[in-house]
Design a protein around this ligand. Structure first.
Ligand code: HEM
Length: 126
């Protein structure tokens, strides 16, 4: 029997879409994050939906279009300090709460995995 993926437990495409949109609304208003991002976030949102889908065990949408994620390398052009990683996680925590998903265990698991990934992105000490 095939194990249910995190993607399915969260609520599939609709859930990933809601989380991502809630997230970038907050990123766009966060003083520590806004300066790093383009003004028009539509392409960023599109890529993040693809990435989170595969990160949660859904279809490998990101890799199909962009190749291996190599997330740490893709973030090297940006100075990611511990403070910015925490800001990213704060936006995500609020986005997850606002998304009102049913399976709290699944939400908690996603946040736990994103915390590890966010810390892995840190490439600048101050
Ligand atoms: C792209 C910042 C963590 C996934 C980006 C971009 C910035 C950024 C500035 C470029 C946006 C653009 O030009 O479209 C940060 C900061 C983080 C962080 C400050 C703090 C730790 C993460 C984490 C993930 C992630 C934890 C995994 C869920 C991505 C993806 C892209 C991206 C998939 C698109 C890459 C591409 O261009 O193909 N990030 N990020 N980021 N980030 Fe992050």
């Amino acid at each position: 029997e095939k194990k249910r993926t995190l993607y399915e437990a969260l609520g599939g495409e609709q859930a990933i879409s809601t989380i991502t949109e809630q997230f970038y609304q907050r990123v766009h208003m966060h003083p520590d994050l806004k300066p790093l991002f383009p003004d028009d976030l539509s392409e960023t949102v599109r890529k993040q939906k693809q990435f989170l889908t595969q990160f949660c065990g859904g279809s490998p949408l990101y890799t199909e279009e962009h190749g291996h994620p190599q997330l740490r390398a893709r973030h090297l052009p940006f100075e990611i300090t511990p403070k910015r990683a925490q800001a990213w996680l704060d936006c995500m925590e609020k986005a997850l709460a606002a998304s009102q998903l049913e399976d709290e265990e699944a939400v908690h698991e996603l946040y736990r995995r994103l915390t590890l990934t966010a810390h892995h992105m840190v490439n600048t000490s101050v």
